[in-house]
Design a protein. Sequence first.
Length: 292
Amino acid sequence: MPIPAEITVVDERMAATKTDSTLTVHFSDGKWLEGPSHSVQGRYLLFSDIPNDRTLRLDEMTGDVSVFDQPSRFANGRTHDSIGRLITCLQGQRAVVRREHDGRESVIASHIGGRRLNSPNDVIASSAGVIWFTDPTYGLNEYEGHAAEPELDVRGLYRWSEGMSEPELACGDFTQPNGLAFSPDESTLYVVDSDQGSIDAFSVDEAGVSSRRTVVAGSFGFDGIRVDIHGRIWAATSEGVSCFDDAGVEMWKLAVPEPVSNLEFGGRQRNVLYLTATTSLYSIRTSVRGRA
């Protein structure tokens, strides 16, 4: 059932942005929904219902929602790489895995120096195939994973590329790293620290990350993020969704009845904004195109 879309244009640069007048509710039977990822080839959206240990699938063409995987090993964030392979953070397995087109699965990351990861949370893949993921401790409990003590001294940002035996720590100076997204040209990596309430920007090169700066900080309740083709940052917040420019100026916001955990641009033109918000999956069509 659609509900009215409560949109506030904060900055006149967003005044020409067009959206539906309503939010579409696709699903409303979750416990804590997360990890939306859109498949361009398959025309579907996968998303997690973490406490219920299942991954759900929205068929874009029919609107049907079905169970994709259960148990899901308490899957959280996921992405599809440039050739459509599914990469998923498994909080229960404390690993990042990749699923090939034929269904074969391989573990990309599970240990660092013989010690288990905490609970991988969100993941993205560059156009060159380099995989980046965050590893907070949110899944080390019986609600979102399995109760355990951390084996690592850091809650880090990691990267992995083909041929590496284990991921490389790119930055360990976080309290609880969470959502992440690239700028359109992939020269900048944005990373959320949910406990700090911040979104930081790192310069990316072959050696890793550098030149860290805080883009925005405050009491927004940041979680997942995405970037559009113009380089604006779209952030899931405790009140809905906020859009910021790359200097951290809030430009636009959408109120949602539940705290939003994550978001994803989907649809044929990547202009449908999907929102995982506590118990429900919402969407709103916009005139904004997300970064592929």
